[in-house]
Design a protein. Structure first.
Length: 444
């Protein structure tokens, strides 16, 4: 927090923003500077607070590791740098300053269908480098300090949390400011400025999601290691002493089932958004039908805002019950009925699939939103024809689909990863107590 606080003065006092084009650069410089300053801070913290050497048992096997403070520092630093790389890659794929989003915008010339194709392809492509970075961080930290190193790398991802939260919250603030400016019928120039700020905000929000997804993956992996250790302890090393064998039929079967969980969760949450949106549209239409003077230049009737707010509030609470129940009860029922080997496969499968899907959905949504804003900035005489054109209407379709991608299903997959791992760890002893870890059905 102290490092982030110091680096915040770069944007406020040293390199201040004097033009719309400098907004993204100011936020990016703050993120990079925080990462650079964080590494020596982590080194001195490790040297000062950790003992000269300490022993740690491996998650798998009987070997004991002797760790040094510099090893812990390297693990945290890998997380810090890995988070920055993922953030910069996310910016490249979601900012209309770069080629990918402009390519999505140009695809709108031939309609909404090609916009959808390009946007989904961008999301899939944007997952390649972050996944490789995560793999390298996991390999390096695990090699140095076993699962303890993975947990330290997760701390590295979250070390500049204060800066990450700052740039993440920036987006919704600018978005709401633009909405207020439009409802208050302020000068169009005000809306243009808030749209420019909001476009940068969409990118910074995507960067924040990239950090969150990376840290969630590492935390889930560390929790999975704790689950394996807990089962080893409960079983006196009769289970998982040599690791989890993914070639066992039950483990591999639930590996496939675990990979399905994020897709089922994403489908349920996206459908919930669609149903709530339909209810909202029908309510607005009802009010227009019953109060036609709402469309007048100077309306004499007041819209029923409370009814619309009630729809969104009720839907947000009600519609999350089924996907939430699925995430909670799937590992519990798996452990009770099929045993701990099935749970291990389930956790690995859900972790692997959640990371890929969360990154692709978040980045697709951000790209669609900024592609629409890029078209809105264009003049009516340009190739993109600007706001109100058929090209813009195609971009609005992509943005509508992108909102549940980047604001609902994508970020929520972080919780899927972590919650399933936490529940499995908490109930590990219970799972082993049922038929020595083989479950009620005894298939293992």
């Amino acid at each position: 927090v102290f490092v982030c606080l110091i680096c915040s003065f770069i944007a406020t006092h040293i390199a201040t923003v004097k033009a719309e084009a400098n907004v993204e650069n100011a936020l990016k410089v703050q993120l990079i500077s925080t990462t650079i300053v964080m590494i020596p801070a982590v080194y001195y913290a490790a040297i000062y607070y950790l003992p000269e050497s300490f022993d740690l048992s491996r998650t798998v096997g009987e070997e004991t590791l002797t760790l040094k403070p510099w090893m812990a520092c390297v693990c945290v630093s890998m997380g810090v740098v890995g988070g920055l790389i993922i953030g910069l890659v996310t910016e490249y794929y979601t900012s209309h300053s770069y080629h990918p989003v402009r390519e999505v915008a140009n695809s709108c010339k031939t309609g909404a269908a090609t916009n959808m194709i390009y946007g989904i392809a961008l999301g899939y492509k944007s997952a390649i480098i972050p996944v490789i970075v995560l793999s390298l961080v996991i390999y390096g930290s695990f090699t140095l300090c076993d699962m303890y190193g993975v947990a330290l790398a997760a701390i590295g991802f979250l070390s500049n949390l204060a800066t990450g939260l700052t740039i993440d919250v920036y987006g919704p603030v600018c978005d709401n400011a633009g909405g207020i400016a439009e409802m208050a019928e302020l000068d169009p120039s005000v809306r243009e400025k808030t749209d420019a700020l909001d476009a940068a905000g969409n990118t910074t929000a995507a960067i924040g999601k990239g950090f969150a997804i990376g840290s969630a993956a590492l935390v889930s992996l560390a929790l999975f290691g704790a689950f394996v250790t807990r089962i080893r302890h409960s079983s006196d090393d009769s289970l998982f002493a040599s690791g989890v064998n993914m070639l066992e039929p039950l483990t591999f079967s639930f590996l496939i089932i675990g990979g399905m969980i994020p897709f089922a969760f994403a489908a349920m949450t996206m459908k919930s958004v669609g149903e709530a949106a339909m209810a909202m549209v029908m309510e607005v239409q009802r009010q227009f039908d019953e109060k036609p003077h709402l469309l007048d230049a100077n309306p004499t009737e007041r819209p029923d805002y409370d009814a619309c707010i009630a729809i969104s509030t009720k839907a947000s609470l009600q519609e999350m019950v089924p996907p939430g129940a699925m995430v909670i009860f799937t590992p519990l029922l798996t452990g009770i009925l099929f045993g701990v080997t099935a749970v291990s496969g389930l956790l690995v499968g859900s972790l692997v699939a959640s990371v890929q899907l969360a990154i692709s959905m978040s980045n697709s949504g951000g790209a669609w939103d900024n592609a629409k804003k890029y078209i809105e900035k264009a003049s009516p005489d340009s190739d993109l024809q600007g706001k109100g054109s058929d090209i813009h209407k195609a971009a609005v379709v992509g943005d509508t689909v992108g909102d549940p991608f980047k604001d609902t299903s994508g970020p929520a997959l972080n919780i899927v990863m972590k919650l399933m791992a936490v529940l499995s760890l908490v109930f590990a002893d219970t799972f082993y107590a049922i038929n020595a870890g083989k479950g009620l059905l005894g298939l293992a």
